[in-house]
Ligand binder design. Structure first.
Ligand code: SF4
Length: 315
């Protein structure tokens, strides 16, 4: 852990919460989860700033699945920023509207930006978010995305998905400054490419408005504030999302309680997670064993039986 990491971990900053004490493990778990499996968009396989800029501009108003064929065709037509700069603007705009990519102004700005790269930067994209934001039509978010994904030189992305993830996982209050501060502390230094991809993927496939913590194998379940409290509201999810039953909340409570105790005997655990727990009742040992078996299958919990005592602990 670097000095910066050590001072950020476990520290509370004004209205922002304390970060997990094991910040490096927290970060590593997400990167590992992302690298093991993620949606394979073609722009995630390139580090070419022009190709990434085109994908970012197209994604502003169009669903990612629909962007893929348009992006591929666009790059076949104009493979480099030099080709785009030399194109007729009306052709670029015609491409944009025929592929229903949203405001035609975006096509005009993209064409203009390609021209700037050629004339002002000698054909080589600038690398910093500030310089990229000087390009026509490139706002701070897009500039940072290109700096991250092309040059690994960006800041932490803070978009709606990232806010939702940070609000739930580390209880960041709904405040833009707090989100900015926590997002940049959580991101490992010099890792903007993989980190921004990973946290946005988490927000896209696991921590959506309707969270899929267990189904998506979220790597932060053991540490996640929402998972442990059962409160899955977020800035863009003002009311509690409905789940299939409340199983996820009970799983979260088990994980939280086991985090506070070395090990717990199954009935003691049952009484702590639900008021209607009765060892031989409908929501009793059998029900709890099922829950614990799922958690054990997910690698979160270990269940042990010795001398007729059944106990559970976090792995
Ligand atoms: S455990 Fe669930 S709520 Fe928490 S970060 Fe993961 S997906 Fe989001």
């Amino acid at each position: 852990m670097t000095d910066t990491d050590a001072s950020a971990a476990g520290r509370s900053d004004g209205d922002a919460p304390a970060l997990p004490a094991d910040l490096n493990a927290f970060r590593g778990a997400l990167v590992e989860w992302y690298e093991a499996d993620h949606r394979d968009f073609p722009w995630r396989r390139t580090e070419d700033p022009y190709e990434i800029l085109v994908s970012e501009v197209m994604s502003q108003q169009t669903q990612l699945e629909r962007v893929v064929p348009a992006w591929e065709e666009f790059l076949e037509e104009w493979p480099t920023s030099a080709d785009l700069a030399a194109a007729d603007r009306s052709d670029v705009v015609a491409f944009w509207s025929s592929h229903s990519l949203g405001y035609n102004n975006r096509a005009k700005y993209l064409h203009e930006a390609a021209g700037q790269v050629e004339t002002e930067y000698g054909g080589a994209f600038p690398e910093s978010p500030d310089e990229l934001a000087e390009l026509m039509g490139v706002g701070p978010y897009t500039a940072n995305a290109v700096a991250s994904f092309a040059f690994n030189a960006g800041d932490a992305v803070v978009d709606t998905n990232v806010k939702r993830v940070l609000h739930r996982a580390v209880a960041v209050p709904d405040d833009d400054d707090a989100f900015e501060r926590v997002a940049s502390r959580v991101m490992p230094d010099g890792e903007s490419r993989v980190w921004n991809n990973a946290i946005m993927e988490l927000g896209g496939v696991a921590c959506g408005k309707q969270p899929r913590c267990d189904e998506a194998g979220c790597p932060w379940r053991e540490r996640c504030h929402a998972y442990q409290t059962g409160d899955f509201t977020a800035p863009d999810v003002p009311t509690q999302p409905s789940f299939e039953g409340s199983r996820r909340q009970f799983r979260g409570r088990v994980v939280r309680l086991l985090g506070e105790h070395d090990e717990m005997e199954i009935d003691a655990l049952g009484h702590r997670i639900r008021v209607d727990y009765a060892p031989d009742g409908e929501h009793g040992r059998e029900w709890l064993r099922g829950l614990l078996t799922d958690l054990a299958d997910d690698g979160l919990v270990r269940v042990e039986e010795a001398d007729g005592r059944l106990t559970a602990r976090l792995r």
